[in-house]
Design a protein around this ligand. Structure first.
Ligand SMILES: Cc1cc2nc3c(=O)[nH]c(=O)nc-3n(C[C@H](O)[C@H](O)[C@H](O)COP(=O)(O)OP(=O)(O)OC[C@H]3O[C@@H](n4cnc5c(N)ncnc54)[C@H](O)[C@@H]3O)c2cc1C
Length: 468
């Protein structure tokens, strides 16, 4: 990617930013520029400065300087994105929102909260749970990911099957346009159909339309009880059939996660959790809600697991046991990522009835292309996470990885699936965008981008520019 059309940052630009933020919050040391050159994707782009605003007004002033001089601005939360969205693809400035990290209001009677974008998701969840409320979006990265980052990626997570994704909890936003103007979208009410739904347009826009500076989310009452089940299988089919059986029966668990053999082995090597290394699949299932209903559902699901051939089924009896069962799933990414120098996380999503076929297809694609792929899945909503283990420095291997990804994308689309269920397009999937979206749809998206950002200064080089 070249940056020929964006000017380099000048000493005068830096002085202007320092006048807004003070020297302390304008960082240009070699070490920091290098640290901010990465997220959880595999490419590297160094910014020329990193700015840490603390208010929407500071963001607005930064944007005014940037738009007057066509400086490229890339918003960033925790940098845990898996698609390269927070990287300064054309240099310029990274605007990091982590110092805007206050929870401004938790309103119990009206069940909403207002937060700044740099609040970490799991910290927010803990705070609202203290007053008996519940914020369901639960990405695997919740202990680091920011509320702003999850809004911009429309992050999902393990509870997607029952509770949906970030979009489903968004009520309103405050955001700064590339021009520096500050806009408000949505409201604090449960219902609001006033004009276009700009809140939803900004959600999932991957930092390309505006910088989010305040977020209003709706909250639910905290479920009174939960039970976690772990079922171990000798075949992927048995695990897949269990998922199908649960879905058919109309039970909606809070989570329904699948891990394949390679993940089980990686976890055992890493954390010695006592999972059998000859098993082909593990399902982790959680039900939550009213205590009586939870007991009933857990018993029915345990029966389904056994009925489909699970060789071992454990049901948590206490909160502590539930937590212990989740240790495996939470450690899965880390355990697998240790196995090779590079781990590319895929995210294609298929209609749930194709889940087993899709997992088998991933295994066939891996064998055909001689690449190593472990499979995690948010099985209840058909969201696959094939983890491609490779070495970025090995050009021949990366060609095979590329081909495998290509085939995987084509398979998902051929059965009515999508390129990404929750990790976004970013740099990772831009080249496939036109396989899912028509030229007319892509054109409308480009026109929208142009309306928000006529100079193209916000997150330049991102998915729409890279799409073929
Ligand atoms: C181990 C691991 C597990 C993960 N599990 C999940 C999962 O289960 N589900 C899931 O959906 N994702 C998951 N992710 C991906 C990632 O954590 C999410 O995409 C998350 O939403 C990113 O949040 P962040 O704060 O790190 O954002 P960043 O990575 O910093 O930024 C993400 C995007 O948002 C933009 N952005 C950030 N803040 C703002 C703002 N205030 N205004 C405007 N634009 C902004 C950036 O420009 C970028 O395009 C996982 C990642 C890892 C490493």
């Amino acid at each position: 990617m070249t940056r020929k059309d964006m000017p380099m940052l000048t000493a005068k630009n830096l002085q202007e930013f320092e006048a807004i933020l003070g020297k302390d919050r304008v960082r240009t040391s070699k070490e920091e520029l290098l640290s901010y050159a990465y997220d959880a994707y595999v490419e590297e782009y160094q910014p020329e400065a990193i700015l840490f605003p603390k208010t929407a007004d500071e963001v607005s002033q930064i944007m005014k300087v940037a738009s007057a001089q066509r400086i490229s601005i890339t918003p960033r939360g925790a940098g845990s994105g898996l698609a390269g969205g927070s990287l300064a693809k054309k240099g310029g400035v990274v605007i990091c929102l982590t110092m805007m990290n206050r929870i401004l209001e938790v309103n119990k009677p009206n069940r909403y909260a207002v937060v700044e974008p740099g609040v970490v998701v799991s910290e927010f969840q803990k705070e609202v749970e203290k007053v008996g409320l519940f914020y369901p979006p639960d990405p695997g990265s919740a202990t680091v990911a920011t509320m702003g980052g999850t809004v911009q990626m429309n992050a999902g997570g393990m509870r997607g099957i029952k509770y949906g994704v970030t979009r489903d909890y968004l009520l309103g936003l405050e955001a700064v346009l590339p021009s520096g103007e500050i806009i408000q979208t949505g409201s604090q009410t449960a219902k609001d159909v006033t004009g276009y739904d700009l809140t939803r347009l900004l959600c999932g826009s991957e930092g390309t339309l505006a910088v989010v500076t305040r977020i209003t989310v709706k909250l639910l009452p905290k479920p009174k009880a939960r039970r976690t089940l772990q079922a171990i299988y000798n075949t992927i089919d048995q695990a897949g059939n269990t998922v199908a059986r649960i879905v058919e029966e109309g039970i909606i668990p809070a989570t329904l996660e699948l891990m394949d053999k390679m993940i089980i082995k990686a976890l055992e090597d890493y954390a010695h959790l006592g999972l059998p290394q000859d098993a082909e699949a593990v399902l982790l299932i959680e039900v939550d809600g009213d205590p009586e209903a939870v007991e009933k559902q857990a018993a029915i699901i345990a029966e389904f697991c056994r009925g489909q051939g699970a060789r071992d089924v454990r049901v948590s009896q206490t909160e502590k046991e539930s937590e212990q069962l989740w240790v495996a799933r939470r450690g899965a990414f880390g355990a697998v990522a240790r196995m090779r120098p590079t781990c590319v996380v895929e995210d294609a999503t298929v209609p749930v009835s194709y889940l087993t076929r899709a997992i088998k297809e991933v295994i066939t694609i891996a064998q055909r292309n001689q690449v190593q792929i472990a499979v995690l899945a948010h099985a209840g909503d058909g969201n696959l996470h094939p983890l491609v283990l490779c070495d970025l420095r090995d050009k021949e291997e990366m060609k095979r990885v590329d081909k495998a990804m290509d085939e995987l994308v084509d398979y998902a689309l051929s059965v009515g699936g999508v390129l990404s269920g929750e990790h976004g397009i970013g740099l990772a999937k831009a080249k496939y965008l036109s396989r899912q979206l028509t030229p007319q749809t892509l054109n409308l998206m480009r026109n929208l981008k142009n309306t928000f950002d006529p100079q193209g200064i916000l997150n330049p080089g991102s998915f729409l520019e890279r799409a073929s």
